[in-house]
Design a protein around this ligand. Sequence first.
Ligand SMILES: *[C@@H]1O[C@H](CO)[C@@H](O)[C@H](O)[C@H]1NC(C)=O
Ligand SMILES: *[C@@H]1O[C@H](CO)[C@@H](O)[C@H](O)[C@H]1NC(C)=O
Ligand SMILES: *[C@@H]1O[C@H](CO)[C@@H](O)[C@H](O)[C@H]1NC(C)=O
Ligand SMILES: *[C@@H]1O[C@H](CO)[C@@H](O)[C@H](O)[C@H]1NC(C)=O
Ligand SMILES: *[C@@H]1O[C@H](CO)[C@@H](O)[C@H](O)[C@H]1NC(C)=O
Ligand SMILES: *[C@@H]1O[C@H](CO)[C@@H](O)[C@H](O)[C@H]1NC(C)=O
Ligand SMILES: *[C@@H]1O[C@H](CO)[C@@H](O)[C@H](O)[C@H]1NC(C)=O
Ligand SMILES: *[C@@H]1O[C@H](CO)[C@@H](O)[C@H](O)[C@H]1NC(C)=O
Ligand SMILES: *[C@@H]1O[C@H](CO)[C@@H](O)[C@H](O)[C@H]1NC(C)=O
Ligand SMILES: *[C@@H]1O[C@H](CO)[C@@H](O)[C@H](O)[C@H]1NC(C)=O
Ligand SMILES: *[C@@H]1O[C@H](CO)[C@@H](O)[C@H](O)[C@H]1NC(C)=O
Ligand SMILES: *[C@@H]1O[C@H](CO)[C@@H](O)[C@H](O)[C@H]1NC(C)=O
Length: 809
Amino acid sequence: MKTSIVGLAVVLQLAAQASAQDGQSSPSELENYWSYGRSESVPDTPVAKGPGDWADAYQKALKLVSQMTDEEKNNITYGHELTTTGCSGTTGSVPRLNFPGICLQDAGNGVRGVDMVNSYPAGIHAGASWNRELAHDRAEHMGAEFRRKGVNVALGPVVGPAGRVASGGRNWEGFGSDPYLAGALAAESVRGMQQNVIACVKHLIGNEQETSRNSPQLLEDSHNQSISSNIDDKTMHELYLWGFQDVVKAGAGSVMCSYNRINNSYGCQNSKVMNGLLKGELGFQGFVVSDWTGQHTGIASANAGMDIAMPDSKYWENNTLAIATRNGSMPEFRLDDMATRIIASWYKYAEIQEPGHGIPVSLLEPHKLVDARDPKSKKTILQSAVEGHVLVKNTADALPLKKPKFLSIFGYDAIPPALNNVDDSSLGGWSMGLQNALTYPNGSSVDNGTEQYMFLSSTSPTARGPGVAFNGTLFVGGGSGASTPSYIDAPLHAFQRQAYDDDTFLAWDVLSLDPFVNPASEACVVFINEAASEGWDRPYLADPSSDKLVKNVAAKCSNTMVVIHNAGLRLVDEWVENPNITAVIYAHLPGQDSGRALVEVMYGKQSPSGRLPYTVARKESDYKDLLEPVVTSGTENEYYPQSNFSEGIYIDYKAFIRNDIKPRFEFGYGLTYSNFSYSDLETGVSSNANLQYEPAGNRTENVEGGLEALWDVIASVNCTVSNTGKVHAAEVAQLYVGIPGGPPKVLRGFEKRTIEAGEKEHIQFELTRRDLSQWDTEKQAWGLQTGKYSIYVGKSVLDIQLHGILDLS
Ligand SMILES: *[C@@H]1O[C@H](CO)[C@@H](O)[C@H](O)[C@H]1NC(C)=O
Ligand SMILES: *[C@@H]1O[C@H](CO)[C@@H](O)[C@H](O)[C@H]1NC(C)=O
Ligand SMILES: *[C@@H]1O[C@H](CO)[C@@H](O)[C@H](O)[C@H]1NC(C)=O
Ligand SMILES: *[C@@H]1O[C@H](CO)[C@@H](O)[C@H](O)[C@H]1NC(C)=O
Ligand SMILES: *[C@@H]1O[C@H](CO)[C@@H](O)[C@H](O)[C@H]1NC(C)=O
Ligand SMILES: *[C@@H]1O[C@H](CO)[C@@H](O)[C@H](O)[C@H]1NC(C)=O
Ligand SMILES: *[C@@H]1O[C@H](CO)[C@@H](O)[C@H](O)[C@H]1NC(C)=O
Ligand SMILES: *[C@@H]1O[C@H](CO)[C@@H](O)[C@H](O)[C@H]1NC(C)=O
Ligand SMILES: *[C@@H]1O[C@H](CO)[C@@H](O)[C@H](O)[C@H]1NC(C)=O
Ligand SMILES: *[C@@H]1O[C@H](CO)[C@@H](O)[C@H](O)[C@H]1NC(C)=O
Ligand SMILES: *[C@@H]1O[C@H](CO)[C@@H](O)[C@H](O)[C@H]1NC(C)=O
Ligand SMILES: *[C@@H]1O[C@H](CO)[C@@H](O)[C@H](O)[C@H]1NC(C)=O
């Protein structure tokens, strides 16, 4: 397929120049990272004005900040180590004016590393649910828990990584590999979260791999730089910035700048990204906080648009910024703007008098128990867990299970890990057992086969070695996105309860990789997982010992069902076509209600309603250049690792379609226990759509979400979806659009509806100007294409039920 990626030639040329110049520099010349930035410089930092519903908060903030000394303003721009609370980070305070400071705490899947909280389904699980309302409610309840703990800023949700690298270690923290889906669910999450606390959307931007994301930190005396994500302007807008635009429109109060470099300039000092794109073009009104230790320069990072340095700052402490405003190296208005953005977000979303009061410094010391849980959240936690399960194979209606007489359960993933939420402060803080095990790529508590936590960890995070499975049921991934469960309702527990109800005889062996299978088994359910964590990219997309376990069971049981708890996409071609394997479920990362949710689906109390938010290939090499992270090696690349995003927006399903590769399970795919038919496609341009509209000017500063006109609904697509099966079930109707000059299909709408058997529903998709536009690099504006747009409505990107045309000529 012919593609036009405007600006790509330029980015490649630019990267070539950069690497040529960098190659000649000696490491000692690199003290001043700023001067080596190759990203375009945007020196003017937009000053937030607090439009719309920010007005009150800004008024109050301006008043408070006007009473502060420069030293006091400076004080709240960086993290201070406190002996009173144990937040992931806490800004300075202004005691004289009763501003208590701000507590920031991990992360987007529940409050991390404290007691008396719940573990929610992870981002990828919410993504697989394709349910806006649930995403909203999940975030609202989660935010309430942060609030009850005294947290001002919850460090989530995630829209970057955007899922570019198939083996990316943090893909599970986001909602999937499509910007429209991720942006929609992230915006709902921000709205939900900010009922109670400030959301922090991360990571701005291009943090698509863990490998070399933070080289200087890994090796203190190293001159190595972090990976540079070289992204052309069109790709930036149409893919990586897309979700950030949605969350800014939704009122996001904070954004986290990333560890990696973008066009060779660090995320937390990249003025094009922060001043230009985020604050200028998107009109962001909140504050930008560095990823932890992601600050590499002093005044330059403030001038580039960063507002808070975490968890401390060897650059901004001791009144450095206050002094800089006096000697002219930083404008006074910048320091005022930093303080005002911080205080305004605090007033608007999280005015808490005792920040961090529920987050003790150490769980090992006696501490006040602050119960952050609310029974009202239970329904949402369970339902979010249910809807992220994706059924991808179901031969001859093997599922749902119907009061089986004899059921066998296998696999290490069916039970809770031997150590679940035990604190281990020797690992530098509050990571719980699971997180610890997953955080170390060498698996220090791991020794291949006998280890307590993990088996078969690769010794090098970048080697294509053995896969990584977690010894115990996987309900969340590792690192800062991990959450802490109140309990873990493991699959085996839930099946035990169901066995009681159904008088089922249950047999199990969850230790052996080649278990005895009682021939009386009506069905055999095998539980495996595929683990991932912040800090390392996945060495493999399918753990071989888990594959072996599945094959061993399938060889002895003609009704074998496989449940995979997967922190990212997982290949299944080793066994998926085996006729003895009758059902396969991607169970993702359901949080603490894992078993209960699975039983809902496997016993047909609810029809499965999840859909894959990524593409599952038949073999690793089908992901081509997007399989593995870029690894530091060779002379050119040694100190300045480069990752050219030369595929443009063609990641995941767009790449598969362009390369004409048939996936195993395509983006959007998932089965239910019913059948749906589609009819009555209507497409039309709205009567009030101004198709001739030309955006005036580039800097849309202080209009949240960018130019208002981008959000005008200019067209609609309607259809009817009928449940023609026997049970009530939810369908996810998906709208794909072929924008002239772009990929043949991009997701531009989804509607999830629960429909009774025999009933039908009218479904309407609304298309905004941005949805139908492409980024014009010359005009620096979104522009509609004239001509005919192909419209596809279907059950997945490849299972198109209705095809029409939207004429914009
Ligand atoms: C990166 O470089 C490309 C090519 O010059 C340009 O299109 C893009 O806007 C740059 N992005 C940033 C953030 O500097
Ligand atoms: C990035 O692109 C430039 C220009 O094509 C090329 O010279 C360089 O080798 C590429 N770098 C990597 C790591 O692929
Ligand atoms: C700066 O913040 C710290 C930590 O909250 C506080 O102890 C100190 O008094 C603050 N300094 C000023 C000048 O307000
Ligand atoms: C701040 O002061 C401390 C104590 O004197 C010193 O160790 C540190 O280097 C100073 N930081 C800066 C940025 O000047
Ligand atoms: C201004 O002050 C800052 C912070 O102390 C310092 O880093 C910088 O070198 C100073 N610049 C001049 C021109 O004195
Ligand atoms: C694994 O890494 C951890 C953290 O870097 C280190 O403490 C430990 O010694 C390592 N273990 C092995 C077996 O290399
Ligand atoms: C696991 O242990 C076995 C035997 O002790 C050894 O042969 C194998 O190389 C080990 N594998 C890994 C990945 O360490
Ligand atoms: C997994 O953990 C269990 C304890 O729950 C332990 O008995 C078993 O040996 C471990 N298995 C492996 C393969 O490490
Ligand atoms: C399927 O299972 C039966 C046992 O029920 C076994 O005899 C047969 O070999 C298995 N087939 C495959 C393809 O593994
Ligand atoms: C730094 O670069 C050198 C030279 O390429 C390489 O050997 C080393 O592994 C790199 N270190 C890190 C932490 O990336
Ligand atoms: C779609 O349906 C809505 C109301 O249900 C209607 O307002 C709109 O005009 C319809 N669009 C088309 C293209 O028919
Ligand atoms: C937007 O900016 C570009 C250069 O950055 C300029 O060429 C163009 O004319 C501007 N467009 C508008 C509509 O102002």
